[in-house]
Write a protein that binds this ligand. Structure first.
Ligand code: FUC
Length: 804
């Protein structure tokens, strides 16, 4: 695999001037973290750390996004398992669901691998007398974490950051009295390792859990530089005495060399790389390294600013208190809402810059030897949701790790398509994946088909590809990178579709499951395997339409595009159930859990487009977000709304994030906002068992999303949801304030992106747009809807226009 980060050439600035967020975006706390859900994350897109900031015992969990268990997949995995597909299909068409569920176990493969933590750094101060004036913060504008405190009349300060340009984590400790620093520095690890303490340096090598000759290896080097004083190695630490300032640089490399390279026999030269990086730190001063970091990070972060109703930073209360008050005192604090929004952007920049290795379930931050759900890539919502804010929130380049990862999926997915599903062309991916671009279904014959048997994860991910094109209009990228992946996924879908036995003019999938949901048949069977599941058909509809659109845009494969559209129109249509909702199952069955967290049958409303577009009228003064024009559209709109009502407003973090976007797409800003408030519900750290414990979907004190446990997707869903309330767009239209909640009567947003390759800056007051500037990246036209009027807009590349 080529390790090249493809950076698109277009400008991604805001429509007017590039702006730094006008409000200072700082999370702060008045005490050190006790739990990791209180710690502050830093990351350079590959290396990350969770900073606790307790001077007596400062824990820094280290992570490298390329550190996983396992090795490349076996292309022969599952060979022959496809023989069971016809039997499962037959059982389904005879309506014998029990038998189908049972047979599905024969079409399962190995579990995914685990994301693993690197070492844990501990900094221990010799003097443990009481501290005063303690403060700990994360500044989102500069991606700097810090703590400050006083002890014995001396003021101390620590600064932590993760630099992308210099591939390191830096920690600097200063004191305002000469020679006042006395620290002990230790590096331990939960995985097999050896640590060597030498003069001013710690070197740790080791490997992921598993056989030494079959696992990813790593090398972490910490170099310590003291001003004044001395650094002495012991067997288990570096001891710093009498220093005035201390700078630590931490580098790490792993032997991961791409999804298809063995981590030992075809290892990346990780020892050499780590050594080079460790030497490199001497080429620059600390201030230079810090300056390069803030400039690099700032070029992305500063592209977008948000001001809700003139909210000001409430500096008198720490962020965890703001969050608690938000829920418990119902403050509706708009500064906190802005902070939360921007924190999602911070997390994406900090966790998604490594080719082939997208942000995982925890972004890249985990303190656990074995993370919940293996910290893997879950393709039936979670990985997709990680990237929902990327385009709208002006961080388009951050999608490149995902798209290079998709190439690996497409490679491995050819084997999975053939071995497990008997489809000889195209590629597919299942529910769980990992750094090895795993595509085979999991379960090992033992797990419920509800999460083990499903083969449309890859198809769902291709939506992100087409969205990237819609937002950037980067045709070269579409041609060279995205189109082959779309075409391969569409080819698999064509091979997988079968005639509906009840109406042979229609196409369906069989077997099918609807991500993790369970049905109840009228006969009382409680199961998961079905045929013609709505989610499958929605994903395939979106895929076929997108691939045909891509072919049109590239002026290629005209007859294939016609075939894909014809097949898309033959898919079994949406139906409405006895409760007025869109049926999730082929039949009008009830869900075993009516509030189930997944709502995959609404994929076409969000993140997809086809249901959303069908539920809108064509044209109309307000672009018709409030009412559909066709009978079919009205029916779908009502059905989607009813489905959401039946689901309710409380769910896991990621599901709550999704529901914000779904309600926003229905044009109901107040409902979207109500759910946004739920997403920001204060949750205590999972390990906290004392009084006031809160365990639910929401937000931890460090603003990490609580599934619970911590999963980063909800953060990203929330950031995307804010954008969706403010601007919605299709290839031909842009709606300003399509779902503005009453709680945000006035505000200003800069740098929000729209389909068609536009960037929007806008101010609003009393719920109406007061000024909007649109900038075109590549040149193009759109119809702009705002304040009940519409304007045709045509702009040349790099030009902008302002409307009042
Ligand atoms: C999906 C979800 C779970 C969880 C897991 C990581 O399987 O259904 O809620 O988020 O991914």
């Amino acid at each position: 695999m080529k390790h090249i980060l493809i950076l698109s050439s277009f400008l991604l600035l805001s429509a007017s001037t590039a702006t730094a967020g006008k409000l200072p975006m700082t999370m702060w706390y008045d005490r050190p973290a006790d739990f990791f859900e209180e710690s502050l994350p830093i990351g350079n897109g590959k290396l990350g750390a969770l900073v606790y900031g307790n001077p007596n015992h400062d824990t820094v969990f280290l992570n490298d996004i390329t550190f996983w268990t396992g090795k490349p997949v076996d292309p022969e995995e599952g060979a022959g398992k496809a023989q069971w597909i016809p039997q499962i299909r037959q059982a389904l068409f005879q309506e014998d669901y029990r038998k189908a569920d049972k047979l599905q176990h024969l079409v399962q493969g190995r579990q995914s691998e685990n994301y693993q933590p690197l070492g844990t750094l501990t900094l221990r101060e010799r003097d443990t007398t009481p501290l005063g004036n303690y403060r700990r913060w994360l500044n989102l504008d500069s991606a700097l974490v810090g703590i400050s405190y006083e002890r014995g009349g001396v003021r101390f300060r620590r600064e932590y950051f993760a630099s992308h340009p210099d591939k390191l984590i830096a920690i600097r400790i200063t004191a305002d009295r000469r020679g006042a620093l006395n620290e002990e520095i230790m590096l331990t690890a939960q995985v097999p390792h050896q640590t060597r303490y030498s003069a001013s340096q710690i070197t740790q090598t080791g490997h992921a859990i598993g056989p030494e000759d079959e696992s990813i290896h790593f090398c972490t080097i910490l170099r310590a530089f003291a001003n004044d004083g001395k650094i002495t190695p012991t067997d288990s630490s570096l001891v710093v005495e009498g220093a005035s300032s201390l700078t630590l640089y931490i580098v790490n490399e792993t032997s991961f060399n791409g999804f298809d390279h063995h981590p030992v026999r075809q290892a990346a030269p990780y020892l050499e790389r780590a050594t080079d990086e460790a030497w490199h730190v001497q080429n620059l001063t600390y201030d230079e390294i810090k300056g390069r970091h803030t400039a690099d990070y700032g070029q992305f972060f500063s592209r977008m600013s948000l001001d809700l109703d003139g909210a000001r930073a409430n500096d008198s209360l720490p962020t965890d208190q703001l969050l608690r008050d938000y829920t418990q005192k119902n403050t509706g604090d708009k500064y906190l809402e802005t902070l939360y929004f921007q924190f999602g952007r911070y997390l994406l920049i900090s966790s998604s810059r490594t080719p082939g290795v997208p942000a995982n379930l925890q972004g890249l931050w985990t303190p656990h030897k074995f993370s919940p759900w293996r910290g893997n890539y879950t393709l039936n919502i979670n990985l997709e949701e990680n990237y929902w804010p990327a385009e709208v929130a002006n961080l388009s380049e951050m999608t490149m790790p995902l798209f290079t990862f998709l190439k690996g999926l497409a490679e491995n997915g050819r084997h999975t398509a053939r071995n497990f599903y008997g489809v000889g062309q195209g590629w597919c991916a299942s529910h769980n994946s990992d750094i090895w671009a795993k595509t085979a279904p999991v379960g090992e014959g033992k797990e419920s088909p509800q999460w083990a048997n499903w083969n449309l994860g890859g198809a769902w991910l291709t939506m992100n590809l087409m969205e990237h094109y819609r937002f950037t209009k980067d045709r070269e990228w579409l041609r060279n990178e995205a189109y082959p992946l779309l075409k391969g996924a569409a080819t698999f879908a064509e091979g997988w579709l079968v005639s509906n036995p009840n109406d042979t003019t229609e196409l369906i999938t069989a077997p099918s499951t609807s991500p993790e949901n369970e049905y109840l048949t009228p006969q009382g069977y409680h199961g998961t395997t079905c045929y013609g599941g709505t989610a499958d058909l929605a994903i395939i509809r979106e895929l076929l339409n997108n691939t045909a659109d891509a072919a049109d845009a590239l002026r290629t494969d005209a007859s294939l595009a016609t075939r894909w559209r014809r097949k898309s129109s033959r898919l079994h249509p949406y139906t409405i159930g006895h409760q007025g909702d869109i049926n999730e199952w082929y039949y009008d069955w009830d869900d075993a859990d009516p509030h189930h967290r997944h709502q995959s049958h609404l994929i076409g409303l969000y993140p997809g487009n086809h249901l959303w577009r069908a539920a809108q009228p064509q044209g109309g003064a307000d672009g018709g977000l409030s009412e559909a024009s066709t009978t079919e559209g009205k029916k779908l709109r009502k059905g989607a709304q009813r489905s959401l009502e039946l689901k309710g407003d409380e769910s896991t973090g990621w599901s709550t994030g999704w529901r914000i976007n779904l309600w926003a797409r229905l044009g109901d800003g107040n409902h979207a906002y109500k759910i946004f408030r739920n997403l920001l519900a204060y949750v205590t750290p999972d390990g906290y068992k004392g009084p006031g414990r809160v365990h639910r979907g929401g937000t931890y004190p460090n603003l990490f999303d609580a599934h619970p446990p911590f999963q980063i997707d909800g953060n990203f869903g929330g950031t995307a949801g804010v954008c969706e309330m403010l601007v919605q767009s299709t290839d031909e239209t842009i709606h300003l304030l399509p779902a503005l909640p009453d709680a945000w009567p006035s505000g200003e947003v800069r740098g929000l992106c729209a389909r068609g390759g536009f960037v929007v800056d806008m101010t609003w007051k009393d719920g109406k747009v007061t000024a909007a500037t649109l900038y075109s990246r590549q040149g193009g036209k759109t119809t702009l809807y705002f304040n009940g009027k519409s304007k045709e807009l045509r702009l040349k590349a790099g030009k902008k226009k302002t409307f009042h």
